[in-house]
Design a protein around this ligand. Structure first.
Ligand SMILES: [Zn+2]
Length: 142
């Protein structure tokens, strides 16, 4: 491997930039609160957005913490060549503070080594020990 690893951006500029999850708030006021454990995502959609943001900022610990223990991988490799560009939430079922299950259909746009791609997925979320966690997903068009 001769490719240089991308240098992490300084925290200050990342914190004031719009949140990667697609909501207009700056990252610090949006998904960073969940990533830092200051609060828990109140809905399945909020958790999904915060997990997308965690992929974008490469917060592996958050991704594993918000993964159901039954389906959580032991290791999580985040490909440094993948740049997550934009998230489109297409549809949600359940997943409110009053539900115990929810699904989120989304399109996640990325570039990888200069090529654009879209990940389409239906993710399932359940409440585990009071907090929303990611259970599993099925692919296919949303
Ligand atoms: Zn966010």
């Amino acid at each position: 491997m001769s490719r240089r690893r991308p240098r992490p951006r300084p925290a200050s500029s990342a914190a004031s930039a719009p949140c990667p999850c697609g909501l207009p708030a700056p990252y610090a006021d949006c998904c960073a609160r969940f990533h830092r454990g200051l609060s828990a995502a109140p809905t399945a959609e909020a958790l999904m957005r915060s997990r997308y943001s965690a992929f974008a900022v490469r917060d592996r610990g958050y991704l594993l913490r918000t993964w159901h223990p039954d389906t959580r991988p032991d290791e999580l490799e985040l490909d440094p060549a993948t740049r997550w560009r934009r998230l489109e939430v297409v549809a949600c079922t359940g997943g409110s503070p009053f539900h115990t299950e929810g699904t989120v259909a989304f399109r996640a746009h990325y570039t990888e080594r200069g090529r654009e791609g879209v990940l389409e997925e239906h993710s399932r979320f359940v409440r585990h020990a009071g907090a929303w966690v990611y259970l599993d997903a099925s692919g296919g068009a949303v």
